[in-house]
Design a protein around this ligand. Sequence first.
Ligand code: GLV
Ligand code: MG
Length: 313
Amino acid sequence: MSHTSYKSAKTRLQRSELAVPGSSPKMFEKALNSSADYIFLDLEDAVSPNDKISARENVIKALKELDWRGHGKTISVRINGLDTHYMYRDVVELMMQAGEYIDTLLIPKVGVRDDVYMVDCMVTQIEQERELKNKVGLECLIESALGMVNIEEIAQSSDRLEALHFGVADFAASLRARTVVIGGLNPDYPGDQWHHGLSKLVATCRAFGLRPIDGPFGDIQDPDGYVKAAKRGAAIGIEGKWAIHPSQIEHANDVFSPPASEVDKAKRIIEELAKAAAEGRGAAQLDGRMIDAASERMAENIVNIDNLIQSKK
Ligand code: GLV
Ligand code: MG
């Protein structure tokens, strides 16, 4: 290991993150009782400009009146972007009226580290003024060319930062990629055209102790396409994926939970290496394959996420 390392953000299970428009309060109760690990109440792109103010009021009411944490949810709010005049009031009203009920704020279209600095500064001042006990976390959507090229400095912009999300729809728009669908593969491209962005986001998150989360998959009639996209993410270290329809929640929970056979194998790797160490050996064999200290680190990742899942049951 390098002499330099970054502390991991607060541990939270974030396999599935249900997006709920703040302008649709009738969906709040269903979200509360869903099996999503995480919910974000949206004030941004799922809310039309005419509904921005009422959506904010709905969200504040829902934060205060519904017991999200009691239902095992991490509760987040996606505020409007820094390029809109809604953003400052989103932060002020949410924090002043309901800061104690918010786990994280999700900042969309982050382009530079100062975008996060501004939100952090506002949140900090309001937390201090209101003497709030909980520390509200921040999460950023990386979904523009600017955000992607500045991702490393964004990742180090605040000690409130917990996760970076890959926003494939806005990212496609920002790159002017030849598509009008949200996520999924373009048959004109030999492979996954989003691989580079997603992979860069994973490496950056892991370097700086953040959770890497994949964003939306628009075709809600295509569960198979959703599962494949989620599995591509899981294969490279993504921890969870958005559900923009309740039908996608179970698929995300399933893909981002290591199967029992994998957990069992991970535990056997750890046991086998402990035996080898007791005999003064660093490497061992298991099921016909060599294993060593790197295998143990991979195995520990699996056991740790499984422990988190089991503790939620
Ligand atoms: C999410 O906000 C996206 O743009 O994909
Ligand atoms: Mg977006």
